[in-house]
Design a binder for this molecule. Structure first.
Ligand SMILES: *Cc1c(COP(=O)(O)O)cnc(C)c1O
Length: 356
């Protein structure tokens, strides 16, 4: 059988969740499990993240999946409902909604009694400069005041555009958030994703919203998961299906883009872009065999890649780690001009899923 496997280490997930707890002792944890738990598979991840105070998802359907799997924790719909007819379903399922525009505000008011009766808080999103979602200041202050007078409990929510780097907008967003929070006092507050959890302990407030750190990938370009004391959750692996010894000036793969400068041993591995392994690259990429890095040579095909195994003890069936503890997904992403988040989320459903 063709071997292409996505293995999920639930202990690593639990370890990473505990890291969030250590870092944000006084905050509730909304574990972000949108996009099928960042491509890790929602089912495997929910059990390991069961000690979370709540789960965060991007839409109603993702929330319903959590309920179908039997998890009863609070769920936050981080973009709210997309149409009014979703509101009664969200309320019935006890999904807390973000509101980020006037129409959602009106839908919420229409369904006010049912919403409040379910004991749900409403998350009100501030657009503090990312210009993606949210009410601006000072409009948001009126929105929150009105909601409070209508009997709602509000969570003031905000998202940083540059939490992963030093950027002048960070301080502006932070100041705006603090100012709005003060103007709406008392109000619950939440503005930290993974990067912000590490960077700004003073902004943890009532709820933190970790995503990528739970999965053991780094939110920062200049810090690895080892630096951050996180454990990679996913190991993406395949195996050697053919071995070729090639001579100087022989080529490998489509387009014959790779030309051997000396005699080499080439192993063909059962993985390709059809599995979600990236084809475009900007730097030399590597895989790991038994902790040792091997260069990917030539173009990535739909079902196969070629790697340089010169001088190594490799045979048919030797396991190859595409990313995992010995070849970090962040490093693969870096070689491919993207971020770990994207590679994790865009795996295809072809690899076999396993967990322990
Ligand atoms: C996805 C998301 C997060 C988590 O971000 P990470 O960088 O993965 O930690 C937090 N908050 C919101 C609103 C999100 O959409």
């Amino acid at each position: 059988m063709r071997q292409a496997t996505v293995y999920i280490d639930r202990n690593a997930l639990q370890y990473n969740l505990n890291r969030v707890k250590q870092l944000a002792t006084n905050s509730k944890i909304v574990s972000m499990v949108k996009a099928n738990a960042y491509g890790h598979g929602i089912k495997d991840c929910l059990a390991a993240l069961n000690a979370s105070d709540a789960f965060g998802v991007a839409c109603l359907q993702e929330g319903l999946e959590i309920r179908e799997l039997g998890f009863q924790q609070p769920v936050t719909l981080i973009e709210g409902v997309f149409s009014e007819d979703e509101m009664p379903i969200a309320i019935k399922q006890k999904f807390e909604c973000v509101i980020h525009h006037q129409q959602q505000f009106e839908w919420l008011i229409k369904h006010k009694q049912a919403y409040i009766n379910q004991g749900l808080k409403v998350w009100v999103k501030l657009n503090s400069g990312m210009n993606r979602l949210g009410f601006k200041d000072p409009e948001i202050i009126e929105v929150i005041k009105t909601l409070k007078s209508e009997g709602f409990t509000c969570v003031l929510a905000m998202h940083f555009a540059n939490a992963d780097v030093d950027h002048p907008l960070n301080e502006q967003q932070k100041q705006q958030f603090l100012q709005v929070k003060q103007a709406c006092d008392p109000v619950l507050a939440s503005c930290c994703n993974s990067a912000a959890i590490y960077k700004w302990p003073e902004l943890h407030f009532d709820y933190v919203r970790p995503g990528i750190m739970l999965y053991g990938a780094s939110p920062f370009a200049d810090q690895t998961v080892h630096d951050l004391d996180l454990k990679p959750v996913m190991t993406f692996s395949a195996e050697v299906i053919a071995l070729n010894h090639i001579q100087t000036n022989e080529h490998v793969g489509y387009g014959s883009t790779f030309c051997a400068k000396q005699a080499m041993d080439i192993a063909i591995v059962s993985i390709g872009y059809g599995d979600g392994y990236p084809r475009a690259y900007i730097k030399q990429n590597y895989v790991a065999i038994d902790k040792q890095l091997c260069a990917v040579v030539g173009r990535v095909s739909m079902d196969m890649i070629a790697i340089d195994v010169t001088g190594m003890q490799v045979k048919l069936g030797t396991p190859v780690e595409l990313w995992g503890p010995h070849r970090l997904v962040d490093d693969v992403a870096d070689a491919n001009g993207t971020i770990g988040y994207e590679l994790l989320c865009r795996l295809s459903n072809r690899p076999t899923r396993k967990s322990a």
